[in-house]
Design a protein around this ligand. Structure first.
Ligand code: PFF
Length: 460
């Protein structure tokens, strides 16, 4: 098994990082929260957060990773000053814990997506016709169907595991290079279909026309949370990908490319979904209902061609989920291999062992969260089902805490000379906006993240 620990080219690195960023968050979550919190009004705030804070966090993580060529655990400790190493080691481990819980929860939705790919291919979704209550019942029965959705989830995680077994270049990078172009083609096909349906402009209006009355404080928090989640920052994944970046890669440009591609795909997803929903006369629902209840109805109301579009859509969702889950398992695998390596330089856990270990652990926990909709629905923590509980931890606490600590580390702890040297690839690139990035990383990002963290905790 390949143990090569870098991407082969700058393009490969961008593809892998875009693969991580583009996921269920773009295609399913972004469109409905944009609609919910005021369309264009939300979009302005989102773009502001993504480009001003998200991209800066991404640059910070990539710089930390490439500077040290280590995973978060060692990266933070090796750059910290002597007396502080123990403290920053905690942040490294917190990133591991965050990736672990995020992946376990992500697997639940990915398992449902895998199930829906199968049901759209087998024709059972099409057979439901356009009866909204039948389609909603189908989803209810599927998601509460005990072990059935768990097997789909196991199939999905097994695919992820196979890619990680392939190594960094022949697994992660190759999968991203193959899957990302497929994703772009699929989403464009859906956009063209959706935008050419009669009455589709109402969907475009819903997505883009600004309604500032819907942009509440909660909406602003949601925008920042979505910006971080969508760019896969605040959990160490980009530190690991940074450690695989070619030495001459211009980190500023790479981060901007990833941010732009991620945002573009999210906008395209909105354009693929809402025009079709409105054209077919449905109400845009929030949460899982949009993808698993409203969209099957939209597809079924398109006649025979709808069955094909249904397959295309769920395949798109699957591809997006795959490359994101790959990045999370890659992060966990790299971390455990590095953490178990012996001080004499002898390797500790092998790559395949680390991947298998985290595959087993996250799949087992994912199964528990999946079963919290059925057999384990009676188990509650703080009055919440297990899935809702982990959802809260994963949105309000862990990523914002990691992101906040990362900006503090990057802006205030990591030596400035190291930051500048890495940013410019040892003087090879001139980054004109370096001063602005530094200012955002030192002052704006920590303050914004602190506000998000505190209000998030108090509002819930
Ligand atoms: N960015 C992914 C999405 O939008 O679905 C989710 C994600 C992947 C978050 C990897 C974090 C991560 F480390």
């Amino acid at each position: 098994m390949s143990e090569q620990k870098s991407f082969s080219s700058n393009l490969g690195a961008i593809m892998a990082a875009v693969g991580s960023a583009v996921g269920l968050g773009n295609i399913w979550r972004f469109p409905y929260i944009t609609g919910k919190y005021g369309g264009g009004a939300f979009l302005i705030v989102y773009l502001f957060f993504v480009f001003l804070l998200g991209s800066v966090l991404m640059m910070s993580e990539l710089v930390i990773g490439r500077r040290t060529r280590c995973t978060p655990i060692k990266a933070y400790t090796s750059l910290a000053t002597k007396g502080q190493k123990g403290l920053w080691r905690v942040l490294g481990w917190l990133c591991v814990v965050t990736s672990f819980f995020i992946l376990s929860q992500y697997l639940v939705l990915s398992g449902w997506t895998t199930g829906y790919v199968w049901h759209s291919v087998s024709g059972s979704l099409a057979a439901l016709g356009t009866d909204a209550s039948l389609i909603a019942d189908f989803f209810r029965l599927f998601s509460t169907g005990g072990w059935n959705p768990v097997w789909y989830m196991v199939a999905f995680s097994a695919l992820v595991l196979i890619v990680i077994f392939g190594g960094v270049q022949k697994g992660v990078e190759l999968a991203s290079k193959v899957l990302m172009p497929i994703l772009v083609v699929l989403i464009l096909v859906l956009c063209v279909r959706s935008l050419t349906l009669p009455g589709s402009m109402r969907g475009v209006e819903y997505l883009f026309s600004p309604d500032f009355s819907k942009l509440t404080a909660e909406g602003i928090l949601a925008a920042l949370g979505q910006a971080l989640f969508s760019l896969s920052v605040g959990m160490g994944v980009m530190v690991v990908y940074g450690s695989y970046l070619p030495a001459n890669d211009n980190i500023f440009k790479t981060a901007m490319w990833i941010t732009a591609c991620d945002t573009l795909i999210a906008l395209l997803a909105g354009l693929a979904i809402f025009p079709a929903v409105f054209s077919c006369g449905f109400d845009p629902a929030g949460g899982p209902g949009l993808v698993f209840c409203v969209l099957p109805n939209v597809f079924n109301s398109m006649g025979t061609a709808g069955a094909v579009f249904s397959m295309v859509f769920f395949l798109l969702l699957l591809v997006a989920a795959l490359t994101s889950a790959i990045s999370l398992l890659e992060c966990l695998t790299a971390c455990i291999c590095e953490a178990t390596a012996r001080p004499d330089g002898k390797s500790g856990m092998r790559r395949w062992q680390g991947a298998l270990l985290f595959f087993l652990l996250t799949t087992a926990l994912g199964a528990v969260f999946t079963l919290s909709f059925s057999h384990l629905s009676g188990v509650k923590i703080a009055d919440l089902s297990l899935f809702d509980f982990i959802d809260r931890i994963n949105s309000i606490y862990l990523p914002p805490i990691c992101a906040l600590c990362t900006t503090i580390f990057f802006g205030w702890v990591m030596p400035e000379a190291d930051v500048r040297d890495e940013f410019t690839s040892h003087g090879a690139h001139r980054v004109r906006l370096y001063g602005a990035v530094r200012f955002l990383a030192r002052y704006v990002a920590p303050l914004a993240l602190l506000i998000v963290l505190v209000t998030g905790i108090f509002m819930n």
